[in-house]
Design a protein around this ligand. Sequence first.
Ligand code: NAD
Ligand code: MLT
Length: 310
Amino acid sequence: MRALILDNIEVFCGEILRKSGIEVKQENKLSRDGLKEVISNYEIVIVRSATKIDAEIIELGKKLRLIGRAGVGVDNIDIEAATNKSILVMNTPGGNTVSAAEHTCGMLLSVARLIPQAHAETAAGIWDRKKWMGVELEGKTLAILGFGKIGQEVARRMTSFGMRILVYDPMIPDEFAQTIGVNLSSLEKCFQEADFITLHTPLNSSTRGLVSKKTIEMMKTGVRIVNCARGGIVNEADLAEELTKGKVAAAAADVFEKEPLSQDSPLLKAPHFIMTPHIAASTIEAQSKVATQIALQIGDWISGKEVVGV
Ligand code: NAD
Ligand code: MLT
C-alpha cells in the first residue's frame, strides 16, 4: 500500500507507517493541482485541516481506501462522497484535546483582560492604564456549547477560576454532567445567562450560525465569546457588527469561515477582537500524539484489528 501524508504532519506518522510495510510519501507543499495529479497513486491519504479532500479529489483517487485526519474535525473531508466509494474516514479523537482546551482557556483570559490589545499598545509606547479595565472571571457564568472532550477539559480548568459553568449538549446525560460538577442547561438559558460563551461543537447543519445576530440578541450586553471549534459556527459579519455596537464586549477566534482569514474580513476592523491562525492544536505534544495515533490506527486497520476513530 502507498500513503500520501500532507499538511506538515509530524514525521513520526510516516516512520510508524513504514514499519507497518506501507510505502510513504510526505508532501508538505503540494498544491491542489499537484494533489489532483498524484492522488490516483495512493490507497491512503493523511491530512490535517488545510487540505480539502472533497468529492473531486475522492473521484480522482481511484485506489483510495482510507482518508486519515490527524486531528478531530472532519469537515475538510467529504464524508458522503468517501462513503459512497466505500472509503474509510478516520480521525484521532482525544489526541489534541488538552492543547485545544488550554488554548481556549488562554482566549477566555484574553477576552476578559484584552491582553493582546494591551500588549500591542504598550509595545507601541503608549502607557494607558485606565483604558485596559478588564473583568474578573470569578463569579461569572461561562456557557460551554458542546460538552465533548474539549468542552469537558475547559470546564475542569475554568471551574478552578471560580466560574459558574452552564453546559449545552443534546448528547450528554445529566448524570454525566454532574460527575464533572456542571449544570446541563437549555441553549436559551446559556445565551441568556452567560457572561462568557465558548464553543466546542463540530461544524454541521445544527451548529452553522449558532452564534448569529438572532442569538446574540438573546445574550447579555457585554457578553464575551470564544470560538476555538470551527469557523462557520459563528456568523462573522454579525459578530463584527455586534462588537462594533458594543453588545459583545470582546470576542476571540482561532478558526474562521474562510482560512487563511481574508484581509477583507470585517473582524479585522472590529473592536476587542482577538485572533489566532488555527493553532489551538499546534503544540509539540498534540502534534506528536495525533501523528502517532493516526499511524497506529492505520496499522491496526491493515492488520485487521479493531479500528477506532472511524
Ligand atoms: P467531541 O466529539 O468530543 O465533542 C463534540 C461535542 O459536540 C459532542 O459531545 C456533541 O454531542 C456536541 N454537539 C454536536 N452538535 C451539537 C449541537 N448542535 N449543540 C451542542 N453540542 C453539540 O469533539 P472535541 O474533541 O471536543 O472537539 C470539538 C470540536 O473542536 C471539533 O469538532 C473540532 O471542529 C474542533 N477542534 C478545533 C481545534 C483547533 O485547532 N482550533 C482542535 C481540536 C478540535
Ligand atoms: C482539529 O479539528 O483537530 C483541529 O482543526 C486541529 C488541527 O487539525 O490542527
